[in-house]
Design a protein around this ligand. Structure first.
Ligand SMILES: Nc1ncnc2c1ncn2[C@@H]1O[C@H](COP(=O)(O)OP(=O)(O)OP(=O)(O)O)[C@@H](O)[C@H]1O
Ligand SMILES: [Mg+2]
Length: 519
């Protein structure tokens, strides 16, 4: 692959034409150079096989050997050859080559998802469209198992219409009715102790250790009581405080309040109990959360979400393959708890998948759109640490259990290094920011640096695909998905000339803001 073309002038001694006085004159000569990267080896005959191409150069061309540009039919043939080598079932058609738009670019679908992939590009470069395209291609398979974490509700068009590509879920917002089958709840009892503490504890308070201890103590007892009441003796004998077992939130608050106001017999008269007054702020915070309608998906789910069998239903909805691809809309989750909510869901799904019998698992991929929001490079608070833990664990161990990530972000430099460094395939769209380019360059082999120079110059929908999913690291023009996400770039100038804002729409907006839900 051509990496660089340079022309310079070099002074050359004209040895054959010395001057009359015997001095050798110097002459400036033009020198043209091509720098190339050896990508692979094509063989007409390779053992019993013919026309093979493999990545990497195992024999090197000699100096002065002729070289040719491959284009037109030859390029198509070569690309065709690369595609032929792929089992038709593994083929994932992404688009066409920029070098020759008649040649289709086909990736190895197995390899792309096997060991995590990243889809990176500045805002408006075409990431969401690429995701929609990949989902559309996956839809053609019999049992596609992908879950999209949709931060802006952009992918809802894919879940609508006659032939939806995916099934849509929504983390329930304040305006959603309990009966909507798309509403997704994540009741409090799904949180493990660390997540609960991250959500409810103020670490700067001197009583934080006491509060954490009491929380753990009561949650454990309440879970045990619930299991015994339900006659689940086997589970009761083995569960841990982190096991997702339903318990009553009202009982928890009552027990904490008792601690907070407890009086115990003293030597002469009653005295304050060991936790008296130490949990006041904690209880207040817990109550405030439970009363805040924005947190209803966690602290105010419908009654059946506190039933023992409810989690079975959630697992079937999200991990089953009957529904195919699932898209989960997080757009109404308050931003301060977004990382932890995404993290809890990912951890939960990972654990259910982990505990599924080995031969009963179907590989699953989490598509993490806007990953910088919940997989940050530097964590600001403990809640983000918890969320990141869940994903870093998937990034590190997921391959063995058939669970992988497709990390999508406009700010690769803000995405966790641990997660990115585990990615084996990169679809890099236009990247304008230096730091973001640097991240992508660092993830590429040295020999590819030249092609990284194209990153800021790519057109919308053009990508460099790097990694083992594609035999050649090449510039690709991605196909457009047939159902487009609702992420259209607005035409400011045109619209300023066309559409007028109506007062009543603004009034409706203010009311929606007050109710925290769209009409
Ligand atoms: N493959 C493509 N071919 C042609 N146009 C495209 C393509 N992909 C995207 N576009 C155009 O670019 C716009 C933005 O694309 P998209 O929503 O995918 O950006 P994005 O990278 O997800 O941005 P953000 O980071 O802000 O979410 C689209 O509305 C569409 O007009
Ligand atoms: Mg997007």
């Amino acid at each position: 692959m051509l990496d660089r073309v340079t022309r310079d002038l070099q002074e050359e001694a004209l040895l054959e034409n010395p001057d009359d006085d015997g001095t050798v004159p110097l002459e400036a000569r033009q020198r043209d150079l091509l720098r190339v990267v050896l990508l692979g080896t094509y063989r007409e005959v390779d053992g019993t096989r013919r026309n093979t191409f493999k990545r990497g150069a195992d024999s090197y061309p000699l100096v002065e050997s002729p070289c040719w540009v491959i284009d037109g039919t030859n390029l198509q043939n070569l690309m065709g050859l690369l595609t032929q080598q792929l089992d038709p079932e593994k083929q994932l058609q992404l688009g066409t080559f920029v070098a020759d738009s008649a040649a289709t670019a086909v990736a190895d679908g197995d390899r792309l998802f096997q060991r995590h992939a990243a889809l990176l590009g500045s805002t408006g470069s075409g990431k969401s469209w690429s995701v929609a395209l990949i989902l559309e291609r996956a839809k053609a398979l019999s049992f596609p198992n992908l879950i999209v974490f949709d931060m802006h509700g952009e992918y809802s068009p894919l879940t609508e219409g006659q032939e939806p590509i995916a099934q849509g879920f929504r983390i329930a917002g304040p305006g959603d009715s309990d009966s909507d089958s798309r509403s997704l709840y994540l009741p409090w009892w799904l949180l493990n102790q660390e997540e609960m503490q991250a959500l409810l504890l103020d670490r700067s308070e001197s009583n934080a250790p006491n509060q954490a201890a009491r929380l753990t103590h009561h949650v454990r007892e309440l879970k045990l009581a619930q299991l015994e009441e339900a006659g689940r003796t086997e589970v009761a004998g083995r569960f841990t405080v982190d096991s997702p077992v339903p318990f009553s939130l009202i009982d928890l608050i009552a027990r904490l309040e008792d601690d907070d106001t407890e009086m115990v017999p003293g030597a002469r008269s009653e005295k304050a109990g060991p936790f008296n007054g130490r949990l006041t702020r904690f209880v207040a915070r817990l109550k405030a959360r439970t009363e805040d309608r924005r947190y209803g998906f966690m602290f105010g789910p419908p009654d059946e979400a506190v039933g023992y069998d409810w989690l079975h239903g959630l697992a079937k909805d999200l991990l089953g393959t009957k529904q195919g691809i699932k898209i989960i809309d997080f757009s109404e989750v308050p931003s301060d708890v977004l990382p932890i909510v995404v993290g809890v869901l990912a951890r939960l799904l990972y654990e259910v998948h982990f505990w599924t019998a080995k031969d009963k698992r179907t590989p699953i991929t989490f598509v993490c759109d806007e990953a910088h929001l919940y997989l940050p490079a530097s964590v600001a608070d403990i809640a983000e640490v918890r969320a990141l833990d869940s994903f870093e664990r998937i990034a590190k161990e997921g391959r063995k259990y058939g669970i992988s990530l497709l990390v999508v972000s406009q700010r690769p430099s803000d995405v966790s290094r641990t997660v990115l460094s585990q990615c084996n395939n990169f679809i890099a769209l236009r990247l304008t920011n230096d730091q973001d380019q640097a991240v992508v360059k660092r993830l590429m082999p040295d020999s590819m640096e030249g092609i990284a120079a194209a990153l800021p110059l790519l057109d919308v929908g053009e990508a460099l695909v790097l990694g083992d999913a594609l035999v050649l690291p090449t510039r690709i023009r991605l196909d457009t998905p047939s159902i487009k996400p609702s992420s259209a770039t607005k035409n400011f100038w045109t619209e300023w000339n066309e559409s007028e804002v109506q007062d009543e729409d603004l009034v409706a907006a203010v009311e929606a803001m007050r109710m925290q839900s769209r009409p």
